[in-house]
Design a protein around this ligand. Sequence first.
Ligand code: F6R
Length: 241
Amino acid sequence: MTALTQPRASVIVRGSIDEAARVGAALIAALVRERPDAVLGLATGSSPLPLYRALRGVDLARARGFALDEYAGIDHAHPESYHSVIRRDVVEPLGMDPGRVRVPDSAGADAYDDAIAAAGGVDLQILGIGANGHIGFNEPGSGLDTRTRVVALTERTRQDNRRFFGGDVDLVPTHAVTQGLATILSARSILLIAAGRAKADAVAAAIEGPVTSECPASSLQRHPAVTYLLDAEAASGLRGA
Ligand code: F6R
């Protein structure tokens, strides 16, 4: 990948992530007011939780959703499967229709991009970022042309996620199915939310570093409509901060 300047990124920094999340929730509320059946790309993990909390009370009954990723080889009924997490953290508290929300499955990876396209594409993709710069589970080395596929998780990501599995890294799946970078970049708009010092280097590399497959989030510099929602700590590595 070669460097390009970022066309229209908007970097929103607030003292707390809850304040930043409220800005994001207002953008989503405006989208669904205009298009009640808007297609949302849904991230899991800790980062988007303040955004999902800030969305309570917004009418998402007709909105559609496509989750970003899912562990491979995990029972959908496992409490930490992203099927369970999306139902628990997003669909139920936000009153979404479970029939309108899809989560990928390793067996159906190839058909996932087609399903997104058949829905008219994602209007707004919500993202977190890994400490190693991953988005979705596109780990360093992922190409810009990647589509939904099964990938191996890095040791760093498995260590970062062991907190969801009782602290035991051996219980963290070794593989996942993830939307690819090309899938993510095909969304019409993107909201990336990040909080805390542990994300500062990845955020700085994503926004101000070169576009390189070593930092998959730097590929967002190629997208025309990305909004970063950051707390002061996550923004602390930015030269412009
Ligand atoms: C989750 C996902 C991941 C996370 C990232 C950050 O669906 O795709 O890219 O966004 O690993 O995780 P948290 O937010 O738990 O720090």
